[in-house]
Write a protein that binds this ligand. Structure first.
Ligand SMILES: Cc1cc2nc3c(=O)[nH]c(=O)nc-3n(C[C@H](O)[C@H](O)[C@H](O)COP(=O)(O)OP(=O)(O)OC[C@H]3O[C@@H](n4cnc5c(N)ncnc54)[C@H](O)[C@@H]3O)c2cc1C
Length: 539
């Protein structure tokens, strides 16, 4: 007679012999061959993959993960690791004839918080929101502490693609917070990086060559991030907020570059008039009410909180002229005087570039709800949404923006005819880079992934649009031209996946090294074949 586990496996085996072999490792409830789930895991916010995964497999531990990888190798399968699926560069799509979607969502645990050593260790599928919630009672956080998608997006995904946003203006991208990894390689072996005794949590990243660095921004092609140790810092006691309006994108770029050099902000983000208008259309009264409640709760006294909430409610959505670029900046420090000094320096710099200070509501709101629900992945009329970006040097940012703006002007007739609208988001990285991020909205059908990531009541308010391949083709072309401009200026890219040029931008010595590393860590080219231009697509 079969026990429960054997019975489950027998059922799985009847459905799919491949699934049954994985079910024997992770349990049949963690293997799916349901067509709807296979479809969900074979598309991202941007596109549908060339092929469907043959199974979705969710390991729960480093040991299970290693066994799953070893089994996939025996079965001749490729692996598409997936965190929350919140990226949009075809990065985790099954792109081979027989791939399994490696679902990291069960590996979501915080394994250890060590306030003495100032380290935290998480599983690769842990979300940024869960990490911050667990660290807050200790008064701790990581230096870079999350992207805006952090409610669902994972630390393993964020380190495989690199991230911008919280803490990034001061500390740089997500990888700057890394101490060490436990990586499962293509032969099922576990590689651990960092300084410390074997079996102990690494306490320092650097000990000889930076092996952790190999896996930062690797798109998951070198191995699977099973466990991640990050550096901790005390949450700064004081925060300051300022928002500014600029008449031109050039002035905004010049001001953001100088603010970056001065190192005054912990995070900065800016919108062009197009994006600001979309935001205004989207915000609902219910969302405003929830946000105002959180503003009140964040202040040290109810009176201060109510005063802030009232200011925001009065300022409402009418805090800048419709054709302004707006910049929102947050400073933080151990002393209020230090925060005030940073704000004063920011105001001085902004004034040099014809910026004017406006109500700081948006800067405040960004910190009050750092990880909002992912309702912005469809536009306010149910349109599709997709950003594209380039990381520009401070000196080149104004020229890069000017070229991208000129490209949009050139394409305006086609974009208008197809109903495509666009805006820009700008953020900064440490003292030496700006991210320029055009964002597209266009009338096109939504996918299962939109329905899976968005809140149901919000989704229910949006119209369902029919397929519109012509509009999508126009966006593909505009995106291609934007990427070409970024590449021409030598911009870097996060979230490379299968959408940004990486391989072709490297010198022969780098390519030889990258391919040699791939040959050692993933000799059967199982992980995300074709991503980063490595491993070659198999179909
Ligand atoms: C509304 C919204 C807001 C966003 N805001 C930001 C932002 O502020 N800043 C920002 O930088 N990005 C932002 N993004 C982009 C995106 O959310 C990030 O790139 C995020 O890091 C993706 O994480 P994920 O867990 O969803 O990864 P996925 O999309 O699931 O995967 C990303 C890549 O990592 C690989 N991968 C995933 N987990 C592992 C693992 N454990 N080991 C090895 N490889 C792995 C995948 O194969 C894939 O190549 C936003 C996206 C949305 C939809």
């Amino acid at each position: 007679m079969l026990d429960d586990t054997q019975d489950d496996i027998a059922v799985a085996a009847a459905r799919s012999p491949v699934a049954a072999r994985f079910a024997a490792i992770v349990g049949s409830q963690h293997v799916s061959v349901d067509p709807a789930k296979l479809q969900l895991h074979s598309e991202d916010i941007w596109t549908r993959g060339n092929s469907r995964a043959v199974a979705v497999v969710a390991p729960g531990s480093t040991d299970e993960l290693a066994k799953v990888i070893a089994q996939a190798k025996l079965d001749g399968l490729t692996l598409a690791p997936r965190g929350a699926g919140a990226s949009y560069t075809s990065a985790y799509l099954p792109d081979g004839s027989a791939a399994i979607s490696l679902d990291m969502s069960r590996m979501n645990q915080i394994l250890a918080i060590d306030p003495t050593a100032m380290t935290v260790t998480v599983q690769g599928g842990c979300t940024w929101a869960a990490l911050n919630a667990a660290l807050k009672p200790h008064g701790l956080r990581t230096p870079f502490w999350g992207p805006m998608s952090g409610l669902v997006s994972t630390i393993g995904g964020g380190l495989s693609q690199l991230n911008a946003m919280f803490g990034a203006a001061r500390y740089g991208t997500s990888s700057e917070s890394v101490i060490g990894f436990a990586i499962v390689l293509g032969n099922g072996e576990v590689l651990r990086t960092g300084a410390g005794l074997p079996g102990e949590t690494p306490f320092y990243r650097h000990y000889g060559p930076d092996l952790a660095g190999l896996f930062c921004g690797d798109g998951g092609v070198f191995g699977i991030k099973a466990e991640i140790t990050l550096r901790l810092m005390r949450i700064p006691a004081h925060e300051g907020y300022s928002s500014f309006a600029f008449k031109t994108g050039r002035d905004l770029m010049l001001a953001m570059a100088e603010l970056s050099r001065a190192g005054v902000a912990s995070e900065m983000c800016a919108f062009d008039p197009g994006l600001a208008q979309v935001r205004m259309k989207r915000a609902s009264l219910a969302e405003d009410f929830g946000t105002l409640r959180r503003v009140v709760a964040k202040e040290t006294s109810v009176f201060k909180g109510l005063r802030q909430a009232a200011k925001i409610a009065i300022a409402g959505r009418d805090i800048m002229a419709p054709d302004d670029f707006s910049l929102h900046l947050i400073t933080e420090g151990r002393a209020a005087a230090a925060v005030d000094a940073d704000l004063a320096e920011a105001r001085r710099i902004v004034a040099e570039y014809q910026g004017r200070e406006i109500e700081n509501s948006i800067a405040r709101l960004i910190r009050v709800t750092p990880f909002p629900p992912l309702n912005s992945i469809l536009g306010p009329a149910g349109e599709r949404w997709a950003p594209v970006h380039g990381i520009a040097s401070l000196g080149k940012a104004p020229a890069v923006l000017a070229d991208v703006v000129a490209m949009f002007a050139d394409m305006a007739p086609e974009l208008d005819a197809a109903g495509v609208s666009a805006g820009y988001l700008f953020t900064s990285l440490s003292t030496n880079a700006l991210i320029i991020e055009p964002v597209f909205y266009w009338p096109e059908e939504r996918y299962a992934i939109h329905e899976s990531l968005m809140e149901k009541p919000h989704l229910a308010r949006l119209p369902v649009l029919p397929p519109n391949p012509a509009a999508s083709e126009t966006v593909v072309e505009a995106r291609r031209r934007a990427v070409a401009i970024f590449a021409k200026h030598g911009c870097g890219f996060f979230q490379i996946g299968r959408s940004y040029p990486y391989h072709e931008s490297r010198d022969p010595a780098s390519i030889a090294l990258l391919e040699a590393i791939k040959g050692v860590t993933d000799p059967a080219a199982m992980f995300n074949p074709g991503a980063l231009g490595l491993g070659g697509a198999k179909n």
